[in-house]
Design a binder for this molecule. Structure first.
Ligand SMILES: C[S@@+](CC[C@H](N)C(=O)[O-])C[C@H]1O[C@@H](n2cnc3c(N)ncnc32)[C@H](O)[C@@H]1O
Length: 212
């Protein structure tokens, strides 16, 4: 299990500011999906890669959020957002590949725009499955690799290197759908769609729910 996250003292704070500042626009892009995916969440929720806390506005006030966020530069904005939305925040400065929660201990795990970035997404998914109780849910929104030989695929490959550098490890062209399908969940609902925005490399997306 890898628990190494490369701290970047320049890009870390810059990305924290970026994700904090853009959270209103992210609400425009994903608010409806998130409301649906997160509805009826339990009192305690685990989130992988919470960033600056974009998903807290969809949680009930008083929810306990265990935020697995290895980038320490995100933590101040996470706390600020938690205060704003009345969330009881527990930050764990560890990676999604090395979660320190017990097996079968959690009802609900969520993650948005994270499996593109974690160094070992398969291990992260195995960890999510491990900590979920039987019938526990994992809900997600991710951007994914475009179709072979498509214009979007060409753009994703072209921009991959600078994007990967600026967004501290994000892969524009990761086949996250296949990774999810390779994990033994008892059910997996995935919807693929195009979310049009100025962020062209992340237009093809998936959203859905996996049940252990
Ligand atoms: C694109 S941001 C998304 C943040 C937030 N989920 C959102 O939707 O705004 C990706 C996040 O994943 C975090 N991250 C990167 N590697 C990770 C890992 N190995 N385990 C958990 N989180 C990770 C980053 O620090 C960052 O906060």
């Amino acid at each position: 299990m890898s628990n190494t996250f490369k701290d970047n003292p320049i890009l870390g704070p810059l990305n924290s500011w970026f994700f904090y500042t853009i959270s209103g626009y992210m609400n425009v892009l994903w608010g409806k999906s998130k409301k649906e995916l997160f509805q009826n969440h339990p009192d305690t929720v685990v989130e992988i890669g919470s960033g600056a806390g974009a998903n807290m506005r969809y949680l009930k006030r008083g929810t306990k959020l265990i935020a697995i966020e290895p980038n320490i530069h995100m933590h101040n904005n996470l706390r600020k957002t938690a205060k704003k939305y009345g969330i009881n925040l527990d930050i764990k400065s560890i990676t999604g590949e090395a979660i320190d929660l017990p097996d079968n201990s959690v009802d609900f795990v969520m993650s948005t725009l994270v499996l593109c970035t974690v160094e070992n997404p398969l291990e992260c998914l195995n960890q999510i499955r491990r900590i979920l109780k039987t019938s526990g849910q994992f809900v997600f929104i991710e951007h994914v690799r475009a179709r072979e030989n498509s214009l979007l695929g060409f753009i994703q490959n072209l921009i991959h290197k600078p994007w990967h550098w600026f967004f501290e490890g994000c892969h524009t062209n990761r086949d996250t759908r296949s990774l999810l399908e390779s994990i033994e969940f008892s059910s997996l609902d995935i919807e693929c769609y195009n979310s049009y925005s100025p962020f062209i490399p992340i237009i093809p997306q998936i959203r859905g729910k996996a049940i252990k």
